[in-house]
Write a protein that binds this ligand. Structure first.
Ligand SMILES: Nc1nc2c(ncn2[C@@H]2O[C@H](COP(=O)(O)OP(=O)(O)OP(=O)(O)O)[C@@H](O)[C@H]2O)c(=O)[nH]1
Ligand SMILES: [Mg+2]
Length: 223
């Protein structure tokens, strides 16, 4: 009983901060995405491929969350855009307070796009609003097509499901038609984009989705 009360309080506090972040994004015309997946599905890889496709003058920044190490920030910083690692020290998700803290010295008026990579986990991150415009879930073909049924919350909340590592389809027993059906079972009408961050297949569709969604959120094209 006590546990429920405490969790509710934490979630409520997070919600208040998330609304404040949402308001600041709105005021400054910043489009924010929150990428969520199991460890190793390819969130950082998708961001690397995304950043290298942006024009060099794009006002984009990246926050990447992990329990330990700066590895992902080191990888992502190679693209030349502002990047920060959020090291949670054990917490299995990012929360709005962590985002707020790491944005402290990034003036939002200088940003158009904020990409957030959550801690690798298919469960906890789905409960924490970060004030983002949309959650993106990444499922890779090595994880099994039943994951949307086992972890429905994130597949329900994400606006788009990226099915990654399709270059490995010939080598793994992953039934992509069943995976698509399972995503639709928990989130009827969910957008699905199949990609390979290794070969680049499908990434044009992802970039088109991202720009269309940004335009819907803030109503202008990237400066
Ligand atoms: N074959 C193949 N490998 C991929 C693809 N995308 C990512 N990988 C590999 O999968 C591994 C994990 O990728 P990451 O991008 O680090 O995954 P992540 O989701 O960021 O992992 P965490 O941050 O630890 O949760 C790396 O070895 C990548 O090179 C892909 O499309 N095809
Ligand atoms: Mg990563």
């Amino acid at each position: 009983m006590n546990r429920v009360v405490v969790e509710k309080k934490v979630l409520n506090e997070n919600q208040i901060l998330a609304e404040q972040l949402r308001e600041r994004y709105h005021e400054n015309g910043v489009f924010c995405l929150n990428l969520i997946s199991s460890p190793g599905s390819g969130k950082t890889s998708l961001l690397e491929r995304t950043l290298e496709r942006f024009p060099k003058d794009t006002k984009v920044a990246v926050l990447t969350g992990d329990i330990q190490t700066e590895n992902d920030a080191i990888r992502l910083a190679r693209a030349g855009f502002p990047t920060k690692q959020i090291t949670t020290g054990g917490t299995c998700h990012l929360d709005a307070r962590m985002i707020d803290k790491h944005l402290a010295d990034w003036p939002l008026e200088n940003l158009d796009i904020l990409l957030v990579e959550n801690v690798g986990n298919l469960v906890c991150p789905s409960s924490y609003d970060l004030g983002e415009h949309a959650k993106v879930v990444v499922l890779s073909v090595t994880e099994g097509e039943d994951k949307p049924l086992k972890y429905p919350s994130i597949f329900f909340k994400a606006e788009v499901a990226i099915i990654n590592k399709i270059d490995l389809l010939p080598y793994v027993p992953f039934d992509i038609a069943t995976a698509r059906e399972n995503i639709q079972k928990v989130h009827p009408g969910a957008e699905m984009i199949e990609v390979s961050c290794t070969t680049g297949e499908g990434l044009d569709r992802w970039m088109t989705w991202l720009e269309a969604r940004r335009e819907k959120a803030v109503g202008t094209t990237v400066r």
